[in-house]
Design a protein around this ligand. Structure first.
Ligand code: 3HC
Length: 286
């Protein structure tokens, strides 16, 4: 089976741009697909900014930044990903959008042995695989934000993923990307979000109940439990729209009230207060 050398990334948002950067830094040729020119421009400057930060922090040399940058191309057509060995979908956390993307990617890669992976946090991989004619080559490959900094990738085979695909992607994640992988079953939230999201929702319920202010809750977990950041700042960083989308998927799967999005979260999402990406969430980023 061919080595994975050419990678496609669908979506250049927070996660997609980080995934593209990590692949390009590992020497892979990356094509990033976005829906239009302004989304391409936003993704381009996000990746550029992160590569610059990597140089400022002494994590990569200026030469490596140049090489990584040269490895990345952009397109607005999924059909341009037809020659890829691996495509990692990182579109919005919305089942309809992801299913449509998988259908189009399936057509684009045709009868090749390409792997189609999803960075979904909570949507069943089996549903995405069912949108294709190649479910044996479909797998969950879930990265963590900020992708260039955090070492983990969750690998999530569906009931139909072949053992060969699992091995191929495991080797790729560790040997080529230098990540650590864990394996999880195809259950909403997998391992990390199944534990993390109820915790974030509990913190939001605490704000809602007036138990403590956001800053005090966050300081409690940073200073009292040595977490790198508190749950409300973390929810802002992940994006409150994304937190709600993951909570909704987990609630649909488990019917567990701990996974139900509290009204405050729903209203903040309705109001466009999506956290860091919109400039305002539990904190202000202007
Ligand atoms: N490239 C490479 N390295 C970089 C970098 C870049 N672009 N930007 C920063 N770094 C490095 C820094 O050099 C530093 O490395 P060091 O520890 O060796 O010195 C390290 O990353 C930390 O960077 P900073 O000093 O800028 O920032 P902080 O120390 O304040 O840490 C943080 C920021 C990494 C975001 C930290 O607060 C953190 O880890 N927070 C928790 C994040 C988390 O939990 N993420 C998971 C979210 S859940 C998710 O993603 C799943 C999804 O489905 C919802």
């Amino acid at each position: 089976m061919a080595e994975i050398e050419r990678v496609g990334v669908v979506g250049a948002g927070l996660m997609g741009s980080g995934i593209a950067e990590v692949n390009a830094r590992a020497g892979l040729r990356v094509t990033v697909a976005e829906v239009g020119d302004s989304a391409v421009e936003a993704g381009r400057s996000r990746i550029r900014g992160s590569l610059d930060r990597g140089v400022e922090r002494g994590k990569i040399s200026a030469d490596d930044r140049g090489a990584a940058w040269d490895n990345i191309g952009f397109t607005t057509s999924l059909a341009d990903l037809g020659d890829r060995d691996l495509v990692i979908e990182a579109a919005a956390e919305d089942e309809d959008i992801k299913t449509r993307v998988f259908g189009e990617l399936d057509e684009a890669v045709g009868g090749s042995e390409a792997v189609l992976a999803s960075n979904t946090s909570s949507i069943p991989i089996a549903k995405l695989a069912a949108a294709t004619q190649r479910p044996q080559h479909v797998i969950g490959m879930h990265f963590f934000n900020p992708v260039p900094v955090l070492k983990l990738v969750e690998l999530v085979p569906s009931l139909l993923t072949s053992a060969e695909t699992v091995q191929r992607v495991t080797d790729f994640a560790t040997d080529r990307l230098g990540k650590e992988s864990i394996r999880a079953q195809d259950r909403s939230g997998f391992v990390v979000n199944a534990l993390l999201v109820p915790y974030l929702l509990s913190a939001i319920r605490m704000v809602e109940a007036g138990t403590a202010a956001a800053e005090d809750i966050d300081n409690g977990m940073v200073l009292g439990c040595a977490h790198p950041m508190g749950p409300l700042r973390l929810a802002d960083m992940v994006g409150l729209d994304t937190v709600k989308a993951i909570a909704d998927s987990m609630y649909a799967e488990y019917k567990d009230p701990n996974c139900a999005a509290p009204p405050l979260l729903q209203r903040m999402v309705d109001a466009g207060l999506w956290g860091k990406k919109s400039g305002q969430g539990f904190y202000s980023y202007t």
